[in-house]
Design a protein around this ligand. Structure first.
Ligand code: MIC
Ligand code: SF4
Length: 760
């Protein structure tokens, strides 16, 4: 049971307890390793379940950790808490919070959109409010802000460890916290008092020199890092930023960089504790936490030997000289297609991208701080002083109610509105396809720029014709003013409707509000003092919420005669496997959401590659969810094939539960993204990788497939796949897995939850 009821901030005693563990455990691990430690290692080992025994082989061993907190957002909390309920516990074991942010659709503007969301999602919000009240969970109601901003403002602290059911949880690394995105089932373990089991991470160091200035912003640091490391370069690693340049980046800027570490597959990212973090803690009312961190500062940084010789202690070191970093734009379709703004003209000509932009969007969990909006507003003032307005719609989503109230009070919102911006609710909105866009016809090619973090096809507006580019908030506002993708606004003027020319100068803004933050309307609802009498609201017959039934246990047999549901070509992110947007409303209803299974996937076997497959029994082409259902109803088990970094992107465990529920037994790919692979294991689906990536080509549409060796399934031991081709020929090859003994236990039981329910 949490030490005290969950409140709107992290109790000082919890932080003190964590620092006491640093003092106690770091000497033990120093002794074991016989070498200095990086800051990331210190946080991990201080949270080890058993520091004397935990494995230390980076990238190989699995370890048990004890996070300090859990945070869940509304679109993933539903499934997480439906699972938690099956454990039948009185309260969560660690302080946990729920944040209502994903289900609000952007349409007209903040007030109306929020009222509509409250009405349309009443049933889901009521479920989340009551289930939170019952189990001692803090509830942040709709309108209070995006989970990661609310966590940064209230709960994150240097040296802490948390898990969150959202891939951008690492945002809290901006305050020096190891904050890891997980699927709901992992969060359930922690809430139920079990350790969080994950691979002992590798450590990548990013050494920052010089200092940020002019047009260059924190966003440009992570866009550059994404360009260098690519979407899978951070897999299995904690990315640690250090070096003299870090001091030139505000705490919220650091959070932007850590947030988007999700896009390179990193387990999490973090910065060492410094004065900028202390200033942010003080500005957000956490004087005592700031003082505690200052008193423990040596534990909250790299050991000096690491700074002196980083190559010895990190698995890889990247150097970025902030003095020479320029503004960048990434996209379309992937966050690692990175170009300096100055190269966009060339790219537009060479790649045939539209010259003009159709919309510009500022905000999301990654870029909606006071400083971000301040820099955007500074450009708006430069433009409005000369009577200029935006040439494309500019939409602003503040990250939290506190930021919204403060930027309103300080006139920054008015500055943006003066050039034509529309302010949306404090929520995810267009970042996750919650954007009712009427200005562009389906399929129409158009370009948008945002300060968000993901740009997969269809993500923002559901339109395959939309090319989505990502840049800093100031880049987005400057582009809204030029209306162009191919104008380098840092050296070329913005031209007004009457021909007035304005050469924008690099924006400046306060990092923190001089008059302090205005908290706005409080959005926190504490849990019931005694939850025993609270009824959790699930309406019988609801199409939004459905109680879960356990998945069947493994029958002890090898898999034989599996059908190949589909073979994904190219990117197959969780947005391809289980899209969001209109489907978000079914996140608490496994049967209904399974209707979107693989509808975004490009299937090598289909004529129309997007979302369809071939029923090999009659040759008909049908949508993949229908094909899965046909096979399921006929008792035919199947597997799906994928390419590199399969399951990239979000933490949504629906992308693993849906295949399981629809009869999928294994997913066989060239490589996996971390969270998705963990989610598949949790749900009892076998995640397998080709030992030889070229074997991907051997799998044909009408094969039947055997997976052999399951009886002897053991860590590190390959399995054998046998392909029975339709012409009667047979081929076989080895496939790999990363299952530990514990994971194998989940597979045998049918899912991790089956085991948990048995223990609970
Ligand atoms: C996202 O940015 O893709 C989301 C929506 O926040 C997801 C979580 C979800 O699908 O609910 C994430 O990043 O984990
Ligand atoms: Fe919300 Fe977008 Fe952030 Fe995901 S990335 S939490 S959808 S704002």
């Amino acid at each position: 049971m949490p030490a005290e009821p969950v409140g709107p901030s992290t109790p000082t005693a919890l932080v003190e307890g964590v620092y006491a563990r640093f003092a106690e455990r770091l000497p033990v691990i120093r002794e074991r390793l016989g070498r200095p430690l990086t800051f990331g290692e210190k946080v991990m080992f201080a949270h080890a379940d058993d520091v004397a025994m935990i494995g230390t082989a980076r990238g190989q061993d699995y370890g048990d950790y004890r996070p300090d907190r859990v945070a869940m957002q509304d679109a993933t909390a539903q499934m997480a808490l439906l699972q938690f309920m099956l454990a039948e516990l009185a309260t969560t074991a660690v302080p946990s919070t729920v944040h209502c942010d994903h289900l609000i659709q952007a349409r007209v503007g903040a007030a109306t959109d929020l009222a509509v969301a409250n009405d349309q999602n009443a049933e889901v919000y009521e479920f989340l409010r009551t289930v939170s009240a019952k189990y001692g969970i803090g509830f942040w109601k709709p309108g209070s802000g995006i989970i990661h901003q609310v966590v940064l403002e209230n709960y994150a602290f240097p040296g802490g460890m948390m898990v969150g059911t959202d891939s951008h949880t690492p945002n809290a690394g901006g305050l020096g916290m190891v904050a890891i995105g997980v699927g709901g089932a992992d969060a359930v373990d922690v809430m139920a008092g079990w350790p969080f089991n994950t691979k002992v991470p590798k450590h990548i160091g990013v050494r920052l020199t010089g200092s940020l200035s002019g047009w260059t912003s924190p966003k440009d640091v992570i866009l550059r890092v994404a360009g260098i490391l690519t979407v899978k370069g951070g897999t299995g690693a904690i990315v640690e930023y250090f070096g003299p340049g870090a001091a030139s980046i505000s705490a919220t800027g650091k959070a932007t960089i850590c947030n988007m570490g999700a896009e390179i597959g990193a387990t999490c990212s973090l910065f060492e504790f410094d004065e900028r973090m202390a200033a942010y803690l003080r500005a957000t009312g956490r004087e005592a936490v700031a003082a505690l961190a200052e008193a423990n500062a040596a534990s909250l940084r790299n050991d000096p030997e690491v700074d002196a010789d980083p190559e010895r202690y990190y698995d890889r070191v990247i150097e970025i000289d902030l003095d020479h970093l320029v503004p960048h734009l990434v996209g379309p379709h992937t966050p690692d297609l990175d170009r300096p703004i100055a190269k966009m003209r060339e790219a537009v000509i060479e790649e045939g991208y539209p010259q003009t932009i159709s919309a510009a969007l500022v905000g999301s969990c990654t870029n909606s701080s006071y400083e971000d909006i301040g820099r955007a507003a500074n450009l708006a003032r430069q433009a409005s002083a000369k009577g200029l307005r935006v040439k494309a719609p500019l939409l602003i989503t503040p990250g939290s109610e506190q930021v919204r109230a403060t930027i309103e009070r300080d006139g920054l919102l008015a500055d943006l509105e003066a050039i034509g911006a529309t302010v949306l609710a404090n929520a995810c909105g267009p970042c996750i396809g919650q954007w009712q866009r009427d200005d562009i016809a389906p399929g129409e090619v158009n370009a948008i720029v945002s300060s968000f973090n993901r740009n997969f096809p269809k993500r923002n507006d559901g339109n395959a014709g939309t090319l989505s580019f990502i840049g800093s908030p100031e880049t987005v506002v400057a582009m809204a003013l030029t209306g162009r993708l191919d104008v380098d606004f840092t050296v070329e003027p913005v031209v007004g409707a009457d021909g007035t020319e304005v050469l924008l100068t690099a924006p400046t803004a306060d990092e923190l509000p001089a008059r302090g933050f205005d908290p706005g309307e409080s959005g926190f609802i504490p849990p019931a003092a005694d939850g025993a009498g609270v009824e959790v609201a699930i309406r019988p017959g609801s199409d939004r919420l459905e109680a879960l039934a356990p998945f069947p246990a493994w029958d002890g047999q090898d898999f034989r005669g599996l059908r190949v549901l589909m073979k994904a070509t190219g990117k197959c992110t969780t947005d391809h496997i289980s899209p969001a947007g209109p489907w978000l409303k079914y996140r608490g209803h496994l049967t209904n959401i399974s209707g979107n299974l693989f509808i975004g996937a490009n299937n090598a076997f289909a004529l129309d590659p997007s979302g369809t497959g071939v029923d090999v029994r009659d040759g008909s082409h049908v949508p993949l969810p229908e094909l899965a259902k046909r096979y399921k109803d006929a008792g035919i088990a199947w597997l799906a094939i994928g390419d590199e970094n399969y399951g990239e992107g979000s933490s949504r465990e629906h992308a693993a539960m849906e295949p399981r529920y629809m009869g999928g037994r294994a997913i066989l790919v060239r490589s996996f993204a971390r969270i998705h692979e963990a989610n598949l294991k949790k749900q009892g689906v076998l995640p397998l990788t080709f030992k030889d990536a070229a074997d991907y080509e051997r799998v044909l549409v009408d094969d039947t497939v055997d997976i052999l060796g399951l009886d002897d399934l053991a860590p590190g031991v390959p399995l054998t796949v046998v392909l029975h081709h339709a012409d009667g020929s047979v081929e076989s090859f080895e496939v790999l897995h990363t299952m530990s003994e514990e994971h194998i236990g989940w597979f045998r039981a049918g899912s991790a939850l089956n085991l948990l329910a048995a223990r609970g």
